[in-house]
Design a protein around this ligand. Structure first.
Ligand code: SF4
Length: 114
């Protein structure tokens, strides 16, 4: 089986082909640098994503937030559901912790608000 990916690590956007047999990666090609190989390997075995979204402040204003670290791609929707009920007391500064542990990552403010 061959899976075609576009590397998202840098703006070059190299096309990468990942060949696998019986669930094991047998070849990676098309990457221009080792970071592309690492990205392709992770994307095919344990895909992760940084989540960026907003939560509401206690007075109803949107507060931009993101996961401090990427979380498993399979948990992105559950993460969003958890954040639906979060209310933040303003003011917050960029980098402030909004939630301590959501699928292995802190949720932090991505803007100064309030
Ligand atoms: S393989 Fe390397 S050069 Fe190509 S997009 Fe990925 S990080 Fe950039």
């Amino acid at each position: 089986m061959v899976r075609e990916l576009t590397c998202i690590i840098c703006p070059m956007g190299c096309g990468i082909s990942v060949t696998s047999e019986n669930g094991k990666i047998t070849g990676i090609s098309g990457n221009t640098c080792p970071r592309g190989e690492a990205y392709a390997r992770e994307e095919c075995t344990n895909p992760v994503r940084t989540v960026t979204t907003t939560v509401l402040s206690t007075d109803g204003r949107p507060v931009p937030v993101k996961t401090e670290h990427p979380i498993p791609k399979s948990k992105v929707l559950d993460c969003m559901k958890q954040l639906d009920s979060v209310r933040v007391k303003l003011p917050v500064k960029i980098g402030d912790c909004i939630c301590e542990d959501v699928f292995g990552s802190r949720i932090i403010s991505s803007a100064n608000c309030g």
